[in-house]
Design a protein. Structure first.
Length: 367
């Protein structure tokens, strides 16, 4: 798969170019005429001198700049710019991180080559591929909560975990969602139906036996594009479009979302060498990257998964790595919660009980 090029979201900047010497008032008229919220102030060689946005106009008026004065008095002389050649995903991430709505593209001579509007990518369909939610596990670590209710239907903040996931993908543009079910699968099927309640198309795929974290993918219909896969117990604020663009730009067969975590070891640790202690640390903090349970998988991977066989995602990735396939790691900084244990579930609901097992046995979480 070829990485997408920058030009696909770069607009022609000709309509927003304003020559130096133009008055502040004329610049505002030009922006209004072209219905643009930015003007690029350039010299005769189209070298960028600064920009004027709606915010700059407000600040200029408040500072007393009159319509007849040179627009250079109102412009931002140090806008953030990029040189040509950056990948779409990198550019999108920069604009999101810096919270900027316009990104001028300039060459080595500062000549304007284009302009990126934030709306260009926010108005596009953000998740242009199917989504698969792996919801077949028993949730044994959440017993007794899952004795009567499958883990995906346990409520968090008033709605089932899986509904949070469906709505997150829907809000970012996903339309087709497949859900692999097994344990108490009929309850999940009955609750979600065809997805019309959430304005998406939901297809539940029944695993006759527990097939692990990847085995259910062998039951999917033929896919003609990469697709998202997420565990049904993960809540995250990831920008899925940025992750998808990252996957394409890196030409990977699988992209795994990863999260940096810090673990405080509650004991003093020792380093042992030939039966001798060579170092001692008092309750150290260990930093590591963990699998966040969210993936983008190329459709070609489906042929690697044995049909109707217990098969975990770790098995798939190990197989791909053994064949020198590229697996990318997408580091997420956003909020991420793995509801794998009882304490995680109550924390996700804003509770901090002293006796988790006792509290769990007292509550009824059926939907």
């Amino acid at each position: 798969m070829r990485a997408s090029t920058m030009e696909s979201i770069v607009s022609d900047a000709q309509e927003v170019l304003v020559r130096t010497g133009t008055s502040f008032g004329e610049t505002i008229k030009e922006m209004d005429r072209h219905k643009k919220s930015i003007a690029l102030i350039v010299d005769e060689e189209t070298r960028l001198l600064g920009i004027v946005t709606d915010g700059d106009i407000r600040r200029a008026i408040l500072s007393g700049i009159t319509p007849g004065e040179d627009v250079r008095k109102a412009m931002n002389q140090k806008p953030f710019c990029l040189k040509p050649g950056h990948a779409n995903g990198e550019m999108v991430r920069i604009m999101i991180d810096k919270n900027i709505f316009h990104l001028p593209i300039i060459d080595e001579q500062n000549k304007v080559k284009g302009l990126v509007f934030k709306r260009t990518f926010t108005q596009q369909r953000i998740v242009p591929c199917p989504v698969v939610i792996m919801a077949g596990g028993m949730g044994s670590r959440l017993m007794p909560l899952t004795e009567e209710t499958p883990k995906p239907l346990l409520p968090v903040s008033g709605k089932p975990i899986i509904v949070h996931i469906v709505e997150k993908f829907r809000d970012e543009g996903a339309q087709d969602i497949f859900i692999c079910v097994n344990y108490k699968g009929s309850m999940i099927e009955d609750y979600l139906g065809d997805g019309s309640r959430w304005r998406v198309n939901i297809t539940c795929i029944r695993e006759t036996d527990s097939l692990g974290t990847a085995g259910g993918l062998s039951l999917l219909p033929e896919m003609d594009s990469p697709f998202f896969v997420t565990n049904a117990d993960v809540l995250a604020s990831i920008n899925f479009k940025t992750m998808y663009q990252f996957h394409k730009d890196n030409d990977s067969i699988v992209t795994m979302a990863i999260k940096k975590i810090h673990l405080d070891v509650p004991y003093g640790t020792v380093t042992l060498k030939h039966n001798s202690i060579v170092d001692l640390s008092e309750k150290p903090s260990v930093e590591n990257y963990v699998n966040a349970g969210i993936y983008i998988i190329d459709n070609k991977c489906l042929k690697e998964i044995p049909v109707n066989t217990h098969y975990d995602m770790t098995d798939l990735i190990a197989s791909l790595l053994s064949h020198n396939k590229k697996i990318a790691g997408y580091l997420i900084d956003e909020d991420w919660t793995d509801i794998g244990q009882i304490k995680d579930y109550f924390i996700a609901n804003g509770e901090n009980p002293h006796n988790l097992t006792e509290l769990a046995s007292q509550k009824n979480y059926s939907t």
